[in-house]
Design a protein around this ligand. Structure first.
Ligand SMILES: *[C@@H]1O[C@H](CO)[C@@H](O)[C@H](O)[C@H]1NC(C)=O
Ligand SMILES: *[C@@H]1O[C@H](CO)[C@@H](O)[C@H](O)[C@H]1NC(C)=O
Length: 282
């Protein structure tokens, strides 16, 4: 065997290992989830609090998924991998060291990059699983005030899991974006809610100046005192104003310019999820 063949076989072996490391699903329970911390992340001062935050994030996410899918889905277990530079004895016995491969193949990557939001690396296709979820550590321990803006850890997890596992897309647009405008037509807005809102379009939600829907940087702003119970936003639209459900065929608006509508041909989040092999097999 020459070097080139050896390299190819080595790559095939790695591929086999990567495939076998994938999350498994049985009877609505996902197992084998891998969570890795990016290598240059600064070691937290309180290792046990960090572990508790990660456990809470996954546990709360599992409960949310269970609620969103009517008690058919949960996260059974996960492995947490921390950088080799961290002192493992500060984290109890529940961690393993991460390396370049596990960082690339982990389902969820935790990092401490500033000014980033939780996101899922995902192909521009409908129903195709994403590559990896990345979550800044900041989002694991949000204050109540911050949760009003971003949603609870469980809702954030469920939003990203739907991208990652089921290949659904955001139900909001982006202010001033030509394809995915957050507002369109006459005072309509790309959103998915089952309740009501009396919000309006503005460039800066903290002001009273209304902007022309569809114009650059013009967003929909909810009223300050509006609650999740009143708005009932879809988890894929706005976790913070969601009661923990996705839009379904009954609540979905098919003609708004959201990524979900454009990429999934106007189908609701639940319609796409119900066609996913995870659910067809149940
Ligand atoms: C790692 O942590 C343990 C206990 O928390 C401590 O005793 C030890 O000195 C630390 N090791 C290093 C290399 O800092
Ligand atoms: C919007 O709705 C909230 C809650 O029902 C209400 O308190 C508020 O006065 C409404 N604002 C406007 C401008 O109608």
């Amino acid at each position: 065997m020459n070097t080139r063949q050896a390299v190819i076989i080595w790559q095939l072996l790695q591929l086999a290992l990567l495939t076998s490391a994938a999350v498994q699903m049985q009877d609505g329970r996902y197992s084998g989830l891998q969570v890795a911390v990016a290598s240059k992340t600064i070691e937290p001062l309180d290792g046990l609090k960090f572990i508790a935050d990660v456990q809470n994030f996954i546990h709360a996410g599992s409960e949310l998924l269970n609620y969103a899918m009517d008690k058919r889905v949960s996260i059974n277990d996960f492995t947490l991998m921390i950088p080799r530079t961290w002192n493992a004895s500060n984290f109890g016995s529940v961690v393993r060291a991460s390396d370049d491969t596990t960082i690339k193949t982990a389902d969820i990557l935790l990092h401490d990059a500033a000014d980033e939001l939780p996101e899922t690396l995902q192909a521009e296709l409908c129903g195709v699983p994403g590559r990896q979820v990345s979550v800044p550590l900041f989002f694991l321990s949000l204050s109540e005030e911050e949760q009003k803006q971003f949603g609870s850890p469980g809702k954030i997890f469920a939003h990203e899991w739907a991208h990652y596992r089921w290949g659904v897309h955001d139900e909001h647009g982006f202010g001033g974006d030509d394809v995915y405008s957050s507002t369109y037509g006459n005072y309509q807005t790309a959103m998915c809610i089952a309740g009501t809102t009396n919000g309006t379009t503005k460039r800066d939600c903290s002001t009273t100046d209304i902007c022309e829907p569809g114009s650059s940087g013009c967003y929909f702003c909810f009223g300050e005192d509006e609650t999740a119970d009143q708005v009932q936003a879809s988890l894929s639209y706005m976790p913070a104003l969601s009661t923990g459900k996705f839009c379904d065929a009954a609540t979905h608006v098919r003609n708004t310019p959201s990524p979900q509508n454009v990429l999934c041909g106007g189908r609701s989040i639940m319609e796409v999820i119900q066609q996913h092999p995870d659910h067809l097999l149940q």
